[in-house]
Design a protein around this ligand. Sequence first.
Ligand code: ATP
Length: 269
Amino acid sequence: MTEESERARRSECESEFESEPTTEIDVPESHPRYQSLLTRHRIEHGVEAGITSKQGLIAQGRGEAFDYLLGEETIPSADAAERAAAAQLLLADHPVLSVNGNVAALVPDELVELADAVDAALEVNLFNRTEARMEAIADHLRAHGAEDVKGLTADARIPGLEHERGKVDTDGIYEADVVLVPLEDGDRAEALGEMDKAEIVIDLNPASRSPRVASIPIVDNVIRAVPNITAHARELADADSRTLERIVDEFDADEALEAAEERIRSGEF
Ligand code: ATP
């Protein structure tokens, strides 16, 4: 397939993706597996539209297994982490929400709403970076209301990562003081953490390296986590900085990871 016909195919898939409400699947909302089926449906369309990589399908499968074990709900320690994340984002001078192919397919509207609530920039940042996918994701976010999407300039590097994987925008992730990285791979999460940034990671696996290096690990599904951070941010919008700092200080990352692991291992709901 030539590059042109590949682009045309993707554009066709993308418009199909846009015209089809992402909540629409042939399963009633009352179905006990509704959320899980909806997630699969969105990821599948993300791959067809050239937004999500095939590797993203594997990541989705891993996430689903952990979500199942967590009871497919936001556990109390995750809710506390989401509140701390909201406080940390509100305190930031230059917050950035990093967007990859899975997140773009799963929660585009919710990311735009969160960016708006905490005045953060959105930056496309891919493990398997191709210009076509970068552009497809940026277009997709714009179609969902994003005004400014960073990541395409790629004029800076995260130290310690090889060329392609380290590319970021100077006025985006590179200069950010707080970064939200949902579903990040361990190496990059570690390298970002070493750049002296506050790092908020969303990952359903509490044993994965990314949440383990985060200052605020959120063990929850992005589908629930992103809107819940926004809800906390709206609720905290008028809080003074001392209150916000206290919420961040009182959050204990190790305790949150232990609580999630305990829930998974004990199976007690
Ligand atoms: P690491 O290098 O940090 O150990 P990994 O190899 O476990 O990472 P990948 O397989 O690259 O990570 O990424 C998938 C990660 O994303 C898994 O930990 C999985 O639990 C998580 N994940 C997948 N889907 C979701 C989702 N919808 N919400 C939150 N986390 C998810």
